[in-house]
Design a protein around this ligand. Structure first.
Ligand code: AMP
Ligand code: MN
Ligand code: MN
Ligand code: MN
Length: 286
């Protein structure tokens, strides 16, 4: 007999960061797509969660909503993302940590604007700010504006040309260490998950190093199933999780409706994997 799979998506974004659906719209869409356990993990903020819970409760949905946040950290000068799940959003250590992250974001956003200005691109900061609204500015907002203005055909190309590491608009990051972020996540009662380990343009050897050092820094789990990946990539990530004694997570990293990424889509749960929700830290978290 096989257990029924509970469709689970533990990585997503709203308008509280660089996503394009409001928290309510995102919850509605997750339900439409059959997702049963769902985490909202905006960049460096938990601001979208209150509205998401309010909507979820008011509509008496079958959805379990997990409180999350995706934290930017620095590792060997790379921007590495750690998804925090089941955090106490009002824990003082987390609140002040995220406030600092957002002030780093706001300084960085201005500097990106200045760099683009020097490269002859006018009005990028104002444009990105308008897309961000009340949210802290992300490179995702810059990418939208640059693509909209025709600086590249689509956002992936904008990154290649302007925003990726080493390009004109890239500002060397000054995020804190993985260990520090993991410590804050633990203080807030949460679980620390290494996000999209293959998403940093690292060689296989460096991905191995990253996962090992994430574990050494106190990390609990890593994403192994993503909405878009090859079977080989998935197998390699699962093997790395076993090697490093990390439990496994999965998520779409949904930002906006498109034909290539969807909530819950392709989020298989291969058998024999030790899932993050089966881990002690998850079960002990509130
Ligand atoms: P930031 O957190 O401000 O450094 O911005 C990172 C965000 O930019 C990611 O979460 C994605 O939403 C987006 N992003 C990063 N790289 C790419 C890419 N190659 N193509 C499209 N979007 C990207
Ligand atoms: Mn993003
Ligand atoms: Mn990320
Ligand atoms: Mn993300």
């Amino acid at each position: 007999m096989t257990d029924e799979i509970i469709l689970t998506d533990l990585h997503s974004h709203t308008t509280a960061s660089d996503g394009q659906l409001t928290p309510s719209e995102l919850i509605e869409r997750a339900i439409e797509k059959g997702v049963k356990v769902f985490a909202i993990t905006d960049h460096d903020t938990t601001d979208g969660l209150a509205e998401a819970h309010a909507y979820n409760q008011a509509h008496e949905t079958p959805l379990t909503l997990i409180d999350g946040v995706e934290i930017s950290t620095r590792w060997n000068s790379f921007d590495i993302h750690i998804v925090a799940l089941k955090v106490a959003v009002d824990h003082p250590a987390l609140v002040s940590f995220l406030e600092n992250q957002r002030s780093l974001r706001s300084e960085r956003a201005k500097e990106i604007g200045e760099r683009l200005h020097k490269a002859g691109i006018e009005g990028a900061y104002e444009g990105a700010k308008e897309y961000a609204g009340d949210a802290a500015i992300s490179r995702g907002h810059y990418a939208r504006w640059l693509a909209e203005k025709g600086y590249a055909t689509h956002t992936a190309n904008v990154f290649k040309r302007y925003l990726a590491r080493g390009k004109t608009g890239y500002v060397p990051n000054n995020w804190g260490s993985m260990a520090n972020a993991i410590d804050v996540i633990h203080q807030a009662g949460g679980v620390a998950v290494l996000a999209h380990p293959n998403g940093y343009k690292l060689s296989a050897k460096w991905v191995k190093r990253l996962v090992r050092e994430f574990k050494e820094a106190g990390g609990d789990a890593m994403e192994v199933v993503l909405g878009q990946q090859t079977i080989d990539d998935r197998s390699q990530l699962i093997a790395l999780s076993v090697l490093n004694n990390l439990s496994c997570s999965l998520g779409s990293d949904f930002h906006f409706p498109s034909s290539w990424i969807e909530l819950g889509r392709n989020l298989f749960q291969p058998q024999g994997v030790h899932w993050v929700w089966q881990s002690k830290r998850w079960m002990e978290a509130k």
